[in-house]
Design a protein around this ligand. Sequence first.
Ligand SMILES: Cc1cc2nc3c(=O)[nH]c(=O)nc-3n(C[C@H](O)[C@H](O)[C@H](O)COP(=O)(O)OP(=O)(O)OC[C@H]3O[C@@H](n4cnc5c(N)ncnc54)[C@H](O)[C@@H]3O)c2cc1C
Length: 377
Amino acid sequence: MTLWSPLVAEDYTNALRDHVRQHITPHAFVIDRDDIYPVDIVKELARSGLSTITLPEKYGGGGKGFSYGVTLLEEVGYGSASAAICLITIFQASTIMNLFGQASLKDRYLPLFRQGLLSSYALTEANHGSDIRSLDTKAVRDGDDWVLTGEKQFVTGGVAAELFVILAETDVGVSAFAVPGDAAGLHRYIGERSATFGLRNGPHVNVRLDGVRVPADHLIGVEGKGVRQAVTTLNYSRTLAAGVSLGIARAAFDGALKHAKERVAFDSKIVEFQGIQWYFAEMLTRIDAARLLVYRAADALTTGEEIARYGSEAKLMASTLATEVASRAVGICGVYGVTAESPFGRYLRDAKAYEVGGGSVEILKNTIGKHLTRDLV
Ligand SMILES: Cc1cc2nc3c(=O)[nH]c(=O)nc-3n(C[C@H](O)[C@H](O)[C@H](O)COP(=O)(O)OP(=O)(O)OC[C@H]3O[C@@H](n4cnc5c(N)ncnc54)[C@H](O)[C@@H]3O)c2cc1C
């Protein structure tokens, strides 16, 4: 498929595609089947400067616009959405620190991302999923430290994380904290029912905080503004997640088209049946349209224009499209789309899981609705 990649140097995209083809795609089946965190893949993407492509150069980043980040997630997502979601949690942690953290916190942690620091983003609790306006995890000030107590769940990448960004409630509201993975009192474990059927990159973990102490500057940004900070950061990660979904849709499309050009039924290649061609025509048109929207959202992150609206539109469009394309691809490939060895079941499971994680389709529609009604009193 010819791909239009606005605002991104062609060399970058081509090199990335080669890297994914050689080093990521061959491992996608096993990562998914065995539900493992691909440490080597993620560390290598960091060492080659890719997972910090959007961080400022003074912290060792590439200093590029978010179109570069979206291209990274789209191409890695094409090879393995499970590997891509590892990068999303790293982007989330580095982005919230970069946008809101104190200078001392940024100086301490941001350069470590270039060296491969693995991080996770822990918002969800047993009683708080979409609604994080109040939380059961608490943080209290004690001298020069903050002390955190509570439990998080469904933490992606938590099996390997060396740093967690954790939302906890203080006296004045929800606040965000940076918490080292080896902090005393931090326990991670694989909770009951924490394995998911899609986006499998090591079972999600629960993180229990038994009076975990962090220094004062590990409060990220302003106390009580954690929800706003987390939502702003989610606007960034939603756009990147839309890139992952776009990658899944493209992979399913390409795989199905290849099969349809090879498979013969009733003396014809199945792609020669008009009904099958129409499926591909519709999918290609919608993938092209989704790409325009996703890169529009990426550009908005660079210009700062209506990021909540565009990020939500992009993830809504790309995540639902990926599920539809993956589902159609299974049908086009017949039993070869259904076998356990084929990648189509993985595409379908990953696509559906990304309709929930990182902002469900309903919450995205609420955000777009809020944008439409913001002038009402
Ligand atoms: C693959 C995956 C990875 C994840 N990784 C992480 C992670 O790394 N860190 C983390 O903290 N969490 C993570 N989560 C959890 C995720 O953030 C939550 O699943 C999500 O916030 C939704 O919360 P919930 O599942 O509790 O659903 P609920 O909040 O219980 O919602 C249930 C349903 O109601 C809908 N709903 C809720 N509120 C509204 C409303 N106001 N209007 C309309 N509909 C509404 C939802 O869209 C959903 O359909 C992950 C989830 C998945 C699937």
